[in-house]
Write a protein that binds this ligand. Sequence first.
Ligand code: FAD
Length: 398
Amino acid sequence: MLKVDTEKCTGCGECEESCTFDAIFVKDGVAVVDHDVCTLCGICVDGCPEGALELHVEAGAFATDLSSWKGIWVVAECRGGDLASVTLELLAKSRELAAELDAEVTAVLMGQGIESKARELIFHGADRVLIVDHHELATFTDEVYGNILADLAKRERPEIILAGATAMGRSYIPRVATILETGLTADCTGLDIRSEDKALLQTRPAFGGNLLATIVCPEHRPQMATVRPHVMKANAPDPGRKGEVIRIVPRKSLLGHKVQVIESVKEQAEGPNLSEADIIVTAGRGFEQEKNVELARELADLLEGTVGSTRAAVDAGWLSSRTQIGQTGVTVSPKLYIACGVSGAIQHIVGMQGSEIIVAINKDAEAPIFDVTTYGLVGDVKEILPLLIKRIQKERGL
Ligand SMILES: Cc1cc2nc3c(=O)[nH]c(=O)nc-3n(C[C@H](O)[C@H](O)[C@H](O)COP(=O)(O)OP(=O)(O)OC[C@H]3O[C@@H](n4cnc5c(N)ncnc54)[C@H](O)[C@@H]3O)c2cc1C
């Protein structure tokens, strides 16, 4: 229950202004609470300059109040003028989850000059877009983005909040979970709805990637997860989709921050972007020596693709760590993935299993990589790759 200390209350009206549910108002110079409408979100408590408001929450009150949280939120990410691919992937997944829950999908987009992205979010699956477009959001800071998102969630009570496990998402989504006093499963590779109680099943690699753990958040809401980019597939945009765009003006008290961003410098990446590549030729320890990796480069060049690696190939010093695919490397989902001399350890598989067509070349017919392949070639990479290269050159008249 929300209680007003009438001794301290000055009737300033700050609480009335902050409450979107009209659950508190000033009458005869003192704040009065409409307990039938109050959701106990606590926003007025934080905003009261006199400390005259207090929340008395009985133990277990939130734990039993799960049914008042509804809908799925996707925290949209827009950097350098483009929506992050993971945002579109999460919208597609959210549509599947929403069908199970009979719920709405809402995208939450924060930044400056981002209004035009709302339509794109709707075309990709959002029913509603909450837009917070403010000059204070031009530069990302954990505090401001986190405070605004947590504030919106307290007011609107979504059942599920999903965000990308990007540098940005990993940075501020834990803060939001802490403010909301709920759980967060970071770095998920799978999401589903449990049929018996409609709980969100959040799957992620655990214990060094040796097993996949499925985690639920049974007693708190919202259920929160960050998801790795490129493990899920985005839907093609549907320009016929309609949705609602709601503009939110953030309260001044949410815009304060201790961190000052002095400068943002765009990282200069060497070579093509692995996570966006359509064709990847991956070199594993089966190449035996560094000079043989040239065969992977030759095939990749011929196919206008790029070279990836396993951790073993990186550890051997054959390729840079930027090319590593897997749990501690990049997650990829190309149209064609050619794994050469790769055993198929789970830590590697989690980073490439979303590829459309997987081809493996391995001299061991029992290698686990063959469990996930579309086409398998059993043999020595040093023999098969030159034959493959020659054949492609011949087909292309090179
Ligand atoms: C916490 C943790 C995180 C990890 N993260 C990652 C990660 O992100 N990415 C990753 O890749 N690994 C990761 N690993 C390491 C992973 O467990 C494996 O050790 C690694 O993927 C093995 O690489 P590989 O397949 O190249 O080598 P190996 O497992 O040694 O396999 C080599 C394969 O090549 C075949 N072969 C040998 N010679 C030939 C030949 N001449 N022609 C054809 N085939 C041949 C062999 O039959 C074998 O199957 C991680 C491990 C841990 C513990």
